[in-house]
Design a binder for this molecule. Structure first.
Ligand code: CA
Length: 259
């Protein structure tokens, strides 16, 4: 029988875009699905909803000192190992280990070495979790165990445990904020949702709804959704409509009568 093992997920906490892109590539080559957070705040928001198998972080973050973030992981994700990939003094390195770091890879790092260290941690953890089977690096769409179901709108599906939205089985590359907004809309498909509500859902207040920020976010989500082709399917692709003066509406995919 084919053993379904979920692809390991790594939460990458790195604010610099170039460094994040390069690290994502290395982590993907280690067989992982990568969730990317640009700040400690984003990372903590992600950890509220999902559990990665590993956290890889840089110590210089835009909002919170990386070491403070590490210290908070005891509460935020006590069961998740973390690897620090950062420049840093010997003192910071030692402190990282004292705070529970599984490993520390100094920047500039060697990609092959980092990949090997990441694979070693994932392998150790998968053996601890399931002593009889090793880590399978095969990509599979099998749901992870204990996955809370997310909204399933046919062609658009939300996987909360993996912090992932797929359209036609293809994952969308969403930032944490885009993900939160889209999930909020996906929970109320076909409903017109005001900018104020959308802003509250993500930032906890409505101030962002007065700026064009929310529109910019929705435009970016829309352009990512636009990858879904219109034709060749039995259902309409998911789209976000701007209902002038009222808000936004995630269209419900209707099955065609032929389906
Ligand atoms: Ca940084």
């Amino acid at each position: 029988m084919h053993t379904m093992v979920a692809v390991p997920t790594v939460l990458l906490v790195e604010d610099e875009a170039a460094a994040a892109a390069e690290l994502s590539r290395v982590l993907s080559e280690a067989g992982a699905t990568v969730w990317h957070a640009e700040s400690a705040t984003d990372a903590r928001a992600i950890l509220k909803h999902g559990r990665p198998q590993l956290i890889v972080l840089d110590l210089t973050l835009p909002d919170v000192d990386g070491l403070v973030f590490c210290a908070n992981l005891k509460n935020d994700a006590p069961d998740v190992p973390f690897l620090v990939c950062s420049t840093g003094t010997t003192a910071e390195k030692i402190l990282s280990f004292k705070l529970g770091a599984e490993d520390f890879v100094a920047k500039p790092y060697d990609a092959a070495e980092l990949q090997a260290r990441v694979e070693a941690i994932l392998l150790r953890r998968s053996r601890q979790a399931a002593p009889t089977r090793g880590l399978q690096r095969e990509h599979t769409t099998a749901p992870a165990m204990n996955t809370p179901p997310g909204p399933d709108l046919g062609r658009l599906r939300v996987d909360l445990a993996r912090w992932r939205v797929t359209v036609d089985e293809k994952p969308l590359n969403l930032t944490p904020t885009e993900f939160q907004l889209l999930v909020f809309m996906a929970r109320r498909p076909g409903e017109i949702i005001s900018r104020q509500e959308l802003a509250r859902s993500v930032w906890g207040n409505e101030s962002m709804s007065r700026s064009r920020t929310i529109d910019a976010y929705v435009r970016r989500i829309s352009s990512k959704l636009a990858v879904a082709p219109l034709g060749g399917h039995t259902e309409w692709p998911p789209r976000i409509l701007n209902i002038r003066g009222l808000g936004y509406q995630l269209t419900v995919p209707h099955a065609s009568p032929a389906a």
